[in-house]
Ligand binder design. Structure first.
Ligand SMILES: [Mg+2]
Ligand SMILES: [Zn+2]
Length: 276
């Protein structure tokens, strides 16, 4: 087993746009969205927008079809599949919602590659309206983190994943994200972990503002091609580091190495002269 947990943000990381904005814009509700945005938290606004869509006769089926049109870079699909083949435990940590994420992942045949999706819960009510709830119920108590929006502190989720991962053998984490909300979890990563902020996006700017606050190694990326190349490179590096530390443990342990005699006549095949 690789012992590597790869945690992906979703919007502008796995997909290239923001799924909330995509649905609102594609279905023609941008103006209302912009009008209401200053009046309530984003998560509550998305629930409200789903009510507005429903009252204008837009069905769940239409929302699904709209989500399926979101472009997904082919190299991100291969990156996910390769990381899975290499034995990594893949998870999603997103401030979108379960309905949007699952619709998109299923459409691209990617659902089974992820062991966990941490996001805002959603359900279709008896009137056929999509309801979106906060991951953290901020009406009853605050999560207490001032870096994060009231409905979700991704740092707290990372801490929970770290705690569960450390009960087994030691795990290494790779975190990929783009947004402001990805800064808090980046701060929670430890030495030996890797963070992959999307270059020129808010989390990259926050990290670059004071890189000494980040204990994980920082590896930026810009697009699907770079995401795939960087992620697979880091997975390989961790494999090599893990294997060499196993070897160091072995060498410093009790076991004695015996010199294996090499029978010279078997070692190298004879090179036959090529007839002219
Ligand atoms: Mg994002
Ligand atoms: Zn936080």
């Amino acid at each position: 087993m690789a012992g590597i947990v790869v945690i992906f943000d979703f919007d502008k990381t796995i997909i290239d746009c923001d799924s909330d904005n995509w649905v609102v814009d594609e279905l023609g509700f941008t103006q209302l969205f912009n009008q209401l945005l200053p009046t309530m938290p984003w998560n509550s606004l998305m629930d409200r927008m789903m009510s507005e869509l429903h009252s204008q006769g837009i069905t769940i089926k239409q929302i699904e079809e709209c989500l399926k049109r979101i472009p997904l870079h082919p190299r991100i699909i291969t990156a996910i599949k390769s990381a899975h083949v290499l034995g990594c435990d893949l998870r999603i940590l997103s401030d979108a919602n379960r309905f949007f994420i699952e619709t998109i992942l299923k459409h691209h045949g990617l659902m089974d590659y992820f062991s966990e999706i941490n996001t805002n819960p959603s359900f279709v009510d008896e009137e056929g309206r999509l309801r979106i709830r906060p991951y953290h119920d901020f009406t009853s108590s605050s999560h207490g983190c001032n870096l994060c929006p009231p409905n979700m502190c991704k740092g707290l989720v990372i801490e929970r994943i770290q705690a569960s991962a450390f009960t087994g053998s030691k795990k290494r984490f790779i975190y990929l994200g783009d947004g402001k909300g990805d800064y808090c979890p980046s701060l929670k990563l430890n030495e030996g972990d890797k963070v992959m902020p999307r270059k020129n996006f808010p989390v990259w700017e926050l990290i670059c503002g004071n890189p000494s606050l980040i204990k994980a190694e920082i590896h930026e990326w810009s697009d699907g091609v770079e995401l795939e190349r960087t992620l697979l490179h880091l997975i390989n590096m961790i494999h090599i580091e893990n294997n060499s530390s196993n070897l160091v443990q072995l060498l410093s342990g009790d076991c004695k190495f015996e010199t294996i005699p090499i029978s010279t006549h078997e070692t190298f095949p004879k090179v036959l002269p090529v007839p002219h």
